[in-house]
Design a protein around this ligand. Structure first.
Ligand code: F6P
Length: 370
């Protein structure tokens, strides 16, 4: 039988996503209404174990109604976040200058004990939820909340942040039609999404792209060039090509900008690469644009606000019901369900090649370069 909850903590890890503050608000109010205390850990787990960076308890914020009342519509996270320094594989410099990874998770467990924290709500993507799972296995009561603009988490129909990112990408691609048409150009636009093509696929279809390149379907540049040259000679004087940052050619590699110990790989360059190829193979002039971090900013859409509030409240209910080592997952039309973090950790939800959305794109005549 689990002990009664008196005090919980909440943190946000990985890249920021629209809706983080709404999750925090719902969790805080739901916890306070149950008579629990709730504190926010700053910047992932940093606030609880980097005591030199956050002296005298400044890494922990006591969360109140007043702090969260108006934050549903705010982008970012009031707690701060980080996607570096996984405490289970923390990069440290040895005396001879080498970087080695050490496990500092016990310091965090000690931090939870020192501060009388009974349970944690961990809001994050794959990296953060994998860590949350490891903490659950060490005995911490943990409930995860699926966050990421990339929508690449298993077991949930959707992550929060995705709808806002797709909506904004769609608006941006809509705007590129004007220049593409006026100048008779191929406009290539690269969107985030890491190793999955959800943002590119959904925004590309919605914004009438001609070509969509996603990691799930390695492309052949000659197929794309033939498609564009043919289309241009027959029906259209311009083309819109939407490229996921993780897209790659058949037999080629994903474009990576940087990979350092303790940090996740930074992707980028997929758009520039295909733009260069198409300028050599097509008659039209080519320009490339990168939407990048613009997709993580701004106020969450109504859908993301509601989903985030539902996730935050469901996470508190999960703790109240005695769950641990689970993630709250969106399961329409029923609502929310709790799934084991083991089923989510270290996994990537890719676009299904037989999905209705992908089939719709093909029926609309969109080229995937295969
Ligand atoms: O996971 C969210 C995301 O925005 C990815 O789409 C992207 O690859 C990555 O984070 C970028 O991370 P950073 O902010 O460290 O550049």
């Amino acid at each position: 039988m689990r002990s009664e909850i008196k005090k919980i903590a909440i943190n946000t890890g990985g890249g920021d996503a629209p809706g983080l503050n709404a999750v925090i608000k719902a969790a805080v109010i739901s916890a306070l209404n149950r008579g629990w205390e709730i504190i926010g850990i700053r910047e992932g787990y940093n606030g609880i174990y980097h005591l030199d960076q956050f002296p005298n308890g400044t890494g922990l914020i006591k969360l109140t109604y007043d702090l969260v009342r108006t934050i549903t519509s705010d982008g970012g996270t009031i707690l701060g976040t980080t996607n570096r320094g996984n405490p289970f594989r923390f990069p440290m410099k040895t005396t001879d200058g080498k970087i080695v990874e050490v496990d500092r998770s016990d310091e965090i467990m000690a931090g939870f004990k020192r501060n009388d924290i009974d349970a944690l709500i961990a809001i994050g993507g794959d990296g953060s939820l994998t860590m949350a799972n490891l903490f659950a296995k060490k005995g911490l009561r943990v409930v995860g909340v699926p966050k990421t603009i990339d929508n690449d988490l298993e077991q949930t129909a959707m992550t929060f942040g995705f709808d806002t990112a797709v909506s904004f990408a769609t608006e941006c691609i809509d705007r590129l039609h004007t220049t593409a048409q006026s100048h008779s150009r191929i406009m290539v636009v690269e969107v985030m999404g890491r190793y999955a093509g959800w943002i590119a696929l959904n925004s590309g279809i919605s914004a009438s792209a001609d070509v969509i390149l996603i990691p799930e379907i390695p492309y052949d540049k000659n197929v794309i060039a033939d498609f564009i040259n043919n289309k241009v000679s027959k029906s259209k004087n311009y083309c819109i090509v939407v490229v996921a940052e993780g897209a790659r050619s058949k037999g080629g590699d994903i474009s990576i900008i940087e990979h350092e110990a303790g940090k996740s790989e930074r992707l980028g360059g997929a758009g520039e690469k295909i733009a260069r190829d198409l300028s050599n193979l097509c008659k039209l002039e080519v320009r490339a644009a990168i939407l990048g971090h613009l997709l993580r900013g701004g106020s969450p859409t109504t859908f993301d606000r509601l989903l985030s509030l539902r996730f935050g409240a469901a996470a508190v209910r999960a703790l109240e019901q005695g769950h641990s080592g689970v993630m709250v997952a969106y399961d329409p039309p029923a609502g929310m369900k709790y799934v084991q973090l083991d089923e989510v950790a270290n996994k990537t939800k890719m676009v299904k090649l037989n999905s209705d959305t992908l089939q719709t794109a093909r029926d609309l005549g969109i080229c995937f370069g295969d």
